[in-house]
Design a protein around this ligand. Structure first.
Ligand code: GNR
Ligand code: NI
Length: 182
C-alpha cells in the first residue's frame, strides 16, 4: 500500500474545511485503509483526512498499546461536551517535533457513520476524547497550535519553515519533471 504524504503547518491546505461524506462506498473504505496505513507508518495515534489533502470528513484513530484497535469516524459530530476540562500534552503529525499542553473538555459524546452508512454514537474520555477533538478540529481547518499564544505559534512556524528549507522535513511540493522536450 502507498503511504499518503502528510501536510505540514503552515501549509494553507490544512485550513480547508472538509466536506461531509455523502455515501459510504468502496472509495471511502479505500481512503480509510490508506489513512490507517499512513497513520501506523508515521507512528501517530490519529489522522484526519485533511492532513493527507483529502477534504472529506473522515478520521482514523488507534490509541491502543498494541496498535490493534482501529477506530474510524465518518462525518463525526460532537453531540455533547463535559464542562470539566482536561489538559494534555498534544503533538501533531502536521506539526512534527512540537508538543504543547492544550486544555479541552474531558469527555464527549460523538455521532458517526458506520460502514453501512448508519448513524451510531460513541462516548469517550481521557486520551480518546482529546484525540477525537484534535482530529475534528483538523476537519474544520484548525490545528492545536491555534490554542497557543501568537508568540509560541509564530516561533513554531518559523522553526518548521527553517527545517523545510534545510531539507530536514519532506516538502509536499510536486517533483519537477526534468524530462527534456528534445
Ligand atoms: O500522534 C498524535 N498524538 C497526539 C497526542 C496528543 C493529542 C493528540 C494527538 S493526535 C497526533 C496525530 C495527529 O496529528 N493527528 O491529527
Ligand atoms: Ni494532528
Amino acid at each position: 500500500m502507498e503511504k499518503l504524504e502528510v501536510l505540514h503547518f503552515p501549509d494553507q491546505r490544512l485550513r480547508t474545511k472538509a466536506k461531509k461524506v455523502n455515501k459510504v462506498d468502496q472509495n471511502i473504505k479505500n481512503i480509510i485503509d490508506q489513512m490507517f496505513f499512513t497513520m501506523y507508518e508515521e507512528k501517530g495515534i490519529g489522522l484526519a483526512a485533511t492532513q493527507v489533502n483529502i477534504h472529506k470528513r473522515i478520521i482514523v484513530i488507534d490509541i491502543s498499546e498494541n496498535k490493534d484497535e482501529k477506530i474510524f469516524l465518518i462525518n463525526p459530530e460532537i453531540i455533547s461536551l463535559s464542562n470539566e476540562m482536561d489538559s494534555m500534552e498534544e503533538g501533531c503529525l502536521s506539526v512534527p517535533g512540537f508538543y504543547e499542553t492544550v486544555s479541552r473538555p474531558k469527555s464527549i459524546k460523538v455521532s458517526t457513520l458506520n460502514l453501512k452508512g448508519e448513524e451510531t454514537q460513541l462516548e469517550a474520555d481521557g486520551l480518546l476524547a482529546t484525540c477525537i477533538q484534535h482530529e475534528i478540529d483538523h476537519l474544520d481547518g484548525k490545528l492545536f497550535v491555534d490554542y497557543l499564544s501568537n508568540l509560541k505559534r509564530d516561533r513554531i512556524e518559523k522553526k518548521i519553515i527553517k527545517l523545510k528549507k534545510d531539507g530536514m522535513l519532506k516538502s509536499r511540493k510536486a517533483t519537477p519533471n526534468y524530462k527534456s522536450a528534445i
